[in-house]
Ligand binder design. Sequence first.
Ligand SMILES: [Zn+2]
Ligand SMILES: [Zn+2]
Ligand SMILES: [Zn+2]
Length: 332
Amino acid sequence: MSGERRRDPTTGDWTTFATHRQDRTFLPPADQCPLCPTRDPEHPTEVPRAAYDFVVFDNKFPSLTADAPQPVAPPSGVYDVAPARGATEVIVYSDDHDLKLADMPAERLARLVDVWADRYAELGRRDEVAYVFVFENKGEAMGVTLHHPHGQVYAYPEIPPRPMRELTAALDHFAAQGTCVYCDVVARERVDGVRVVCGNESVVAYVPYWARYPYEVHVTMRRHAASLLDVTAPERLRLAEVLRAVLRAYDGLFGFPMPYVMSMHQAPTDDGQWQHVSHLHIELTPPHRTATKLKYLAGSELGGGAFVNDTVPERTAAELRAVLERDRAPRP
Ligand SMILES: [Zn+2]
Ligand SMILES: [Zn+2]
Ligand SMILES: [Zn+2]
């Protein structure tokens, strides 16, 4: 059954089945890392180079592929099935096994933003791709199977449910107000100020007013930009600076590298008219509630789809700001 997608007729959502992924490499020792450069030709890794800056390659255990076969059993009755078409890519951030995003200079992180933009453009051009989703799962708490710093890109054949809900809400907002809801959120955060973690002239990072997770932070372009392709080179550096500051605040908060999921939302690449309602932003959702406690998705979240947050966004934003202020203070 590997490599097919089945549709839930009760919600309209698709589930991708990738059963071969059960066999993938699970937390290998650092000296057998498949993402490290090939230093000894006798023992090649997945990257046949002695050194590299960034590497992009197709996931060795893909859940979506360009040439996915037709499902064995055809759609029947209420059930719809489709080939798992699309792409799953891995972006390796560095040839240094221990270099986290937060430790990269902003100039280097800006080059990663260029890589993201390149993948968005190239995968988005494919006919079968409706949505290019850039993300990173970081830390064992997020189920990461390889510690080497890397992120992923999934190219889906339709707009996935969460971006679709955002776009639908943005369309409703535009119809009612005539404005982009993200532009309005950015304006409101600037006025209120209390949820802002950091920012510069192009980008702002804030704990959202409606945060689902205690330390959730959204990194959003100040001006309307539908995708990375609308973001200029100087703005990409500004984006890298703010993203880096947020990740450093995370790592400084509890004194250990913070696990998180990083998700980038930008315009779909289907034939729809999304330019006026898509507004590039990065959502960071760390699972930690405290240094030792994680937030688990349970009844209300999983069964009801309704998040319950037991912290106050204005307070968690102040905690993250305090970490950055502490880091800026001169050392005795
Ligand atoms: Zn490695
Ligand atoms: Zn906007
Ligand atoms: Zn979003």
